[in-house]
Design a protein around this ligand. Structure first.
Ligand code: PMP
Length: 321
């Protein structure tokens, strides 16, 4: 689907996966106007569902607004996505932990060397079948490295938006953490480098004194859809939930932190087995998946995969052909 100033979004079509042609002067290549989303479709027996797709398109509009990209029409895209997934339904795997990953994105295509908000854009959706994020062992405990040199986002910046530049800015730290044997970087706030924000592609949760606690949204954390859903599910299951500022020293020193896990569309729920900050490493729950993490994982994936009823209306059932 294309956008041109004065004409709006137009020319929506579905075509086979193929290379695209853009001008070498396309603004996205130079000034980074690029926003994306990630969501999933699941097979539930004979049905196909999209998991909270409206939330993703709404978040795309928040990201678009921040990068001065024109708003997309959420109702139109919900309908278009259903048509697309219906066409490609044979690609949706049926196994536990498997799904169809859906990547909508928008880029500035206007050829123009000079910094201004582009007047031409392209919106696309690509699809890919996926298995569990960490292969067969979905609940493999990850090792986390707390980044204390670079920051990912500052208030007033673009941290709350799903923009490509955030990920570019995270790569040097992610590479260094991988070389040191860690799976993910944990980012601290961009002002005092003290308060916990999120990991590379997940929000983060702590089980403290039996409570399910996550950093409060502060303008530089991505408002994850899994985060929001897990807060709702945990409360429904009877856990006390809390959103608040969490200092890194609190986690490194607290006997009360019994479990840590990350949440995101790709990894769903991912237990954290150890956390390293500067020259200290703390092992969490003996490096194994804790009972609260396991409980939330079981209940959440059962809703997504249709093994349990969906009390929240998260699953949007789409008609097959
Ligand atoms: N934080 C970041 C930086 C992410 O890239 C993601 C993945 N979209 C998340 C958190 C989790 O968000 P969601 O649950 O919507 O996938």
């Amino acid at each position: 689907m294309d956008y041109k100033e004065g004409k709006g979004w137009h020319h929506a079509l579905i075509k086979p996966y193929q290379n695209i042609e853009i001008s070498p002067a396309a603004q996205v290549l130079h000034y980074g106007q690029a926003v994306f989303e990630g969501m999933k479709a699941y097979r539930q027996g004979d049905d196909i569902i999209l998991f909270r797709p409206e939330e993703n398109f709404k978040r795309m509009n928040l990201s678009n607004a921040r990068l001065n990209i024109p708003e997309v029409d959420v109702a139109f895209l919900l309908d278009a996505l259903q048509q697309l997934v219906r066409l490609e339904q044979d690609w949706i795997p049926a196994g536990q932990g498997e799904s169809l990953y859906i990547r909508p994105f928008v880029i500035a295509t206007e050829p123009y060397l000079g910094v201004h908000a582009a007047t031409e854009y392209q919106f696309m959706i690509i699809l890919s079948p996926v298995g569990a994020y960490y292969g067969d062992d979905q609940l493999m405990a990850t090792r986390i490295y707390v980044e204390d040199e670079y920051v990912r986002a500052v208030r007033g910046g673009v941290g709350f938006a799903k923009v490509a530049g955030n990920y570019a800015a995270s790569l040097a730290a992610q590479t260094r953490a991988s070389e040191l044997g860690y799976h993910q970087v944990l980012w601290l706030d961009g002002v005092e480098q003290r308060y916990i924000e999120e990991v590379g592609s997940m929000n983060i949760f702590f089980v403290m004194d039996g409570k399910v606690v996550t950093p409060e949204l502060n303008g530089s954390i991505l408002p994850g859809i899994t985060r929001k859903s897990i807060l709702q599910l945990a409360a429904y299951l009877g856990y006390e939930v809390e959103e608040r500022r969490i200092a890194i020293e609190e986690v490194m020193n607290a006997e009360s932190v019994s479990e840590i896990f990350g949440t995101g569309t790709a990894a769903v729920i991912s237990p954290v087995g150890s956390i390293r900050y500067q020259d200290r490493e703390v092992v969490i729950n003996n490096g194994a998946t804790g009972p609260v993490t396991q409980h939330l994982y079981d209940e959440y994936t059962a809703i997504q995969e249709g093994r349990k009823a969906d009390p929240f209306n998260w699953c949007l059932k789409i008609n097959k052909r």
